[in-house]
Design a protein around this ligand. Sequence first.
Ligand SMILES: C[S@@+](CC[C@H](N)C(=O)[O-])C[C@H]1O[C@@H](n2cnc3c(N)ncnc32)[C@H](O)[C@@H]1O
Length: 298
Amino acid sequence: MTTPSTEPWTVLRLLQWTSDFFKSRGSESPRLDAEILLAHARDCERIELYTAFAEVPSDEQRIAFRELVRRRGEGAPVAQLVGFREFYSIPIRVDENVLVPRPETEHLVVEAIDQAKRIAATVADRPLRILDIGTGSGAIAIAIAKNLKDAEVVAVDVSLAALDIARWNVEKQKLSDRITLMQSDLFEALQADAKFDVICSNPPYISQSEYDSLPDTVRNHEPRGALLAGQDGTEIISRILADAPAHLFPGGRLVLEYSPMIADSCKAMAEGSGKWNDIKRIRDLAGHQRILSLGQTA
Ligand SMILES: C[S@@+](CC[C@H](N)C(=O)[O-])C[C@H]1O[C@@H](n2cnc3c(N)ncnc32)[C@H](O)[C@@H]1O
């Protein structure tokens, strides 16, 4: 029989215990999760924990940490627990009404900015215009606006609760003068003649069967409407492919995130429509098809 340890609950010991606990609960990044949550409870930067391993957190900090650990153990995403996720080196506020921005989506931002810069060289007399469909937390729109200094960005989402978070993030980044937020079912609330140089979207693209097999931490804690797109996952993308051409300036570009599961069918859909050319596919760091970038047929 082991006797209970009388060692103090130092920062290091808390991290070790919590990492083991999260590992047993199936976390893919148990140590990182523990560090982010302990830093949050101590109101310090994560890096500061490394010089505080021998310190014993206050009772108040330990109570706050214990509650975070409990909720993480039940599957709540770390980003929701601390209220933020870094995206494109920008802190983005999140809650249960928005998808936590994923690192793969940074590939979409890179491609959208590259395409916009290429187009900017041909457009001298007006600001670039970018549309972000399904903006969620506003992460993509904000990353693009911060990196294209004069661009005007319109960001739409069907969810009013998501738009509230996006508005908070846009204001925090002082971008309200260049990012317009709108509630819209895809293009529906836009003026019929509204045109953009780049339309980008990380839309819902998960099929019903993939959704049913997602980990609890995603299925129970992130909005279903941000993920699920009909039986085969292409419901929203097929609508975007059909309607985007009417909203692109000549020479404009559509940049979409999708999953490897639907990559071939989306490419075939785009080719079959006759509306798109110069079709480029980009893989993520794991080597999976992730981004579809399309030029509009003249
Ligand atoms: C995968 S999330 C992407 C969120 C954010 N852009 C990101 O990359 O982190 C998809 C977003 O599309 C929104 N959405 C779903 N259906 C939509 C529709 N028909 N029209 C507009 N937005 C929609 C959801 O509310 C959700 O915010």
